[in-house]
Design a protein around this ligand. Structure first.
Ligand SMILES: [Zn+2]
Ligand SMILES: [Zn+2]
Length: 140
């Protein structure tokens, strides 16, 4: 049996950490306006894992906004240094999105898609070779 890939990372100060094991469900860039506002950047690079594959350690605080699908979008940041670290509510949601900039080894991020490209600012170009969706991918 081959060793499963481990993804570790956390916030700037080190108080909020995570470990994810196995294959990501999806990975890409989200250019939605909420991701722009909450990150102060042009997009958020995300990696999706089933909730059971991720463990979190440390105190997080949440921000909540209305998601594109009408539900609640939860973003988690470190309670101490306020780095934005992951999406979805621990213990409640079926999967989590880890924000790729928080990986200890950012080279583990292999994006496949660009979503909400319709709201992308012109100064945040989409890398070549990605599947581009104006909004949510149709099967999500
Ligand atoms: Zn921190
Ligand atoms: Zn977004």
């Amino acid at each position: 049996m081959s060793e499963q890939q481990k993804y570790t990372g956390g916030c700037l100060c080190g108080a909020l950490r995570y470990e994810a094991i196995g294959e990501p469900m999806f990975a890409g860039y989200c250019y939605c306006t909420d991701c722009q506002k909450s990150s102060g950047s042009g997009f958020i690079p995300f990696i999706g894992f089933p909730a059971g594959a991720v463990r979190f350690e440390g105190a997080s605080a949440q921000s909540r906004s209305t998601s594109a699908r009408g539900g609640e979008a939860v973003r988690n940041f470190c309670a101490a240094c306020h780095s934005l670290v992951f999406g979805a509510e621990a213990g409640k949601d079926d999967f989590h999105t880890i924000y790729a900039g928080t990986l200890d080894d950012p080279s583990l991020f292999h994006p496949q898609m660009a979503i909400f490209a319709a709201s992308r600012p012109h100064w945040a170009p989409i890398p070549e070779g990605l599947a581009v969706f104006e909004g949510m991918p149709p099967e999500a």
